[in-house]
Ligand binder design. Structure first.
Ligand code: SF4
Length: 61
């Protein structure tokens, strides 16, 4: 599973970084993904985090 953050939508609220720091990190004013492939044991967490993003900037594929 892959995940990405749409910088045009991200408001830098930090929620995803707080929620799942193994996958997301802040890069200036935006969140970015720090892994190429989401580890299997974090897939459910990443999906949950994507659902919690207040501006739906996190895309799972
Ligand atoms: S939860 Fe969404 S808006 Fe907030 S930092 Fe993460 S990607 Fe950006």
């Amino acid at each position: 599973m892959k995940v990405s953050v749409d910088k045009d939508l991200c408001t830098g609220c930090n929620l995803c970084v707080d929620d799942c720091p193994d996958v997301f990190e802040m890069a200036g004013d935006f969140a970015k993904v720090k892994v190429d492939i989401v580890p299997a044991n974090l897939e459910a967490k990443v999906k949950e985090t994507a659902g919690n993003c207040p501006v739906e900037a996190i895309k799972v594929s």
